[in-house]
Design a protein around this ligand. Sequence first.
Ligand code: NCD
Length: 346
Amino acid sequence: MHNNGLHSDESRPYIPTLMTAATTGLSATDQPAEFPFPHRHLLGIQDLSPDEITYLLNLSNKYAEHNRARGRKFDLMRDKTLINLFFEDSTRTRTSFELAGMRLGADVINIAVANSSIKKGETIVDTAMTLNAMHADALVVRHSNAGAVKLLSEKVNCAVINGGDGSHEHPTQALLDALTIRRRKGTLQGLLVALCGDVAHSRVARSNIYLLQTMGARVRVIAPPTLVPSAMERLGVEVFHDMRAGLDSCDIVMMLRLQRERMEGSFVPSVNEYFHFYGLDYDKLQHAKPDALIMHPGPMNRGVEIDSDVADDLDRSAIREQVEMGVAVRMACLDVLTRESLKAAP
Ligand code: NCD
């Protein structure tokens, strides 16, 4: 992990993409030198340096502004094919990759695994062969097994983006969270971020820990002992089991869903008791900074990990903005990974 707490993200020069002024409408001053993004795939935040993260966030921010201005579609992925291969359910991630691909001009195909021959026992390697035969240029994969996306990336001839693998990583979620925070707070450097809830099963938590620490933020984890993996303290995060103590002085409060589909047996006594101790309500929130930002990657379970009024708080909740930033971040990732001239050798 690149744990360089000295990087100030906003002080770095904005080094955008190869898009030309003609295709983007950006001014000439927005078009400095090429940045050699050295990765063929985006499998995890752990593989990225602070400069690469900053680059992706700056580029994503440009796309976010373009999307807000309802700018026209790009043709960066014209004649290219994006395939979404989701072995697990998804609303936000799959839809935003679909939209991102379309906004870049790609042909986008969603493979619904539930209705495909993958369900009939096809191996992941055979699936890769099929995808290769279709000449995909980018593949977004979500899978319940940590490592399955990496395995697929070694078998296919195109760029692979991890859309979430088991409890391991969800890199585009961490990037969109970082972009949301940076737009609201101006920086990631020096912020105190609390990740609250089912950290044990959360790929969102893991990717966020890597990213936030790499960019100079401090991370706390707040959860019952049953939902904190033993390796957490080794990652350099502070662990709290008391929500009020953990939220003290926090700038960001990021809530996580109880991932019951990954639990064998019961990790919490009851939903009511869980909400009482770990659900975010205004009473607990007052222990964080007065301007603390409320975040949640979705899907939310209202009344379980978050109170409905807190989730919908117009000033302090950034949950909708997170979804909006998801499209921009996915455009940036598809852009950098499918550019012919900058692709690193396999
Ligand atoms: C998360 C995921 O799938 O890891 N959701 C998402 O991508 N927005 C979190 C979750 O499922 O709770």
